[in-house]
Design a protein around this ligand. Sequence first.
Ligand code: PA5
Length: 449
Amino acid sequence: AHVSFDSSALKQFVHDNELGEMQAMVNAADQQLRQGTGAGADFRDWLHLPTDYDKEEFARIKAAAKKIQSDSEVLVVIGIGGSYLGARMAIDFLHNSFYQAQAPAARKAPLVVFAGNSLSSSYVHDLIELIGDKDFSINVISKSGTTTEPSIAFRIFKELLVNKYGEEEANHRIYATTDRQRGALKTEADAAGWETFVIPDGVGGRYSVLTAVGLLPIAASGADIDQLMAGAKAAEDTYVDPDLTKNEAYQYAAYRNILYRKGFTTELLENYEPNMTMFAEWWKQLAGESEGKDQKGIYPSSANFTTDLHSLGQYIQEGLRNLMETVVKLDTPNHDQVIPAAESNLDGLAYLEGKNMDWVNTKAYEAVVAAHVAGGVPVMTVHIDKEDAFTLGYLIYFFEVAIAISGYLNGINPFNQPGVEAYKTNMFGLLGKPGYEEVGAKLRQEMAD
Ligand code: PA5
C-alpha cells in the first residue's frame, strides 16, 4: 500500500473490543458525510474532487504553469490559511531539501515563494530584495477576496509588477484564484482581464489543496499534478467502505476518538524528514479548524524528529500525560546515504560503519515508539512508502477523510470555522475599517481602563 495505518503500539491504551464498539458510530458518521445528512453538508465537494474535478480548468492550470516557467524566475504566491498551506507543504514535500537555494538551472522551474501569510513588513522587504530585477509573476489566492494579509501583500507586489512591466504586461503576469463569481478579487480580476481559477463553492480552504489553490503553484514548481490527483483518486477509491476492519483512514479517526475520550487531548503529528515540517502545518489547520469548536476537540500540535527529541523529547517522555502521537513515517527515502568507514574510532561510530542512514533513522523511530509508549503516550503510525506526488495525493486524502469522520464522531460541524472571525472584528475596529467604528471605540476604551 502507498499509505498504511499501524495501530500496533496502542495495545496498552486500547482494549481489543473498543474499535469494534465504535463501528455503529463510525457508520453514522460515514452516512452524515457521504449522504450529506451531517452539519456543514454544503462543504463536502472535496470528497469526490479527485474524480469530479474540472478537466478544462486542470488543462488551463498546466498551461499557466508552463507560461510561468517560461517567463518567470520567481512566482510570488499570495494567500493565507487554506489559501496557502497546501501548496507550501506540497512544494516542500516534493522537491529537493534545498529547493530555495538551488540554482535556477537545477530547479528547472521558477522559485515559488509565498507572501500574504503574515503582516511582517520585514518579510515583504526581504522578498522584494530577493526578487530584485528577476522576472516574476503573481498567483493571488483568496476565496473571499477580502482577507487583510493577502490583500495588503497583493497591493504591494502588484505595484512592483506594474512598475516593472507596465500595466498591460503585468496583467498577463497575474493569476487570480478565487470564488467563481463573488468577491473583490473576482471583480478586480474581471476588470483587468487576469486569468482566473476557481475555488469551488463546496470546498473549504483547508480542503482546497487539490483545487487550483494548490495545483497552480505546485505545477509551476515543476511537480507532477497528474500523479498528485491519481494518488488522491486511488485513496478516494480505497477509503469508501466504513467497515473498520478494512478502512484504515476510518480506523485512525476511530482510534483518535477513543484516545481523546480517555484524556489524550493533544495530538502531535510527527515526521522523521525535515521536508515534512510544513506537512504538519497543513495538517494542523485541517485538524484544528475542523475539530476545535463547541469548547471541545483534540488540540493538534506537531514535532519534527529526530530534531525535537533533543528539545520537546523530555516533555513527551515525562510531561503531562495528555499527549498522543501520530507519526508519518517514510519507509523508503528518495536517496539513502552510507555511513563511511574511518581509520580511527575516536567518534565511537565504528559500529555503524557501512550502515545506511535511513536504517539508523528507522531504528530511532522504533526506539522512540517503544520509549514513548512505556512513558504513557499512545503512538499511531501512518506509513508512506515513498516521497512522491502519487503518495502525497494519497496521504492528503487519507487525512482529509479521516478528519471529517473524526469531526462527526465528536458531534461537531467539521466544515465551518466561526471562531476565526472574532479577532478580525477586533482588528478591523482597531484599524479603523469603515463599519467597525463602534467595535474600535469600545476596544480602545477597554484598553485605556
Ligand atoms: O480555512 C479557512 O477558511 C481559512 O484558513 C481561509 O482559507 C483563510 O482565512 C484565507 O481566506 P481567503 O481564501 O478567503 O482569503
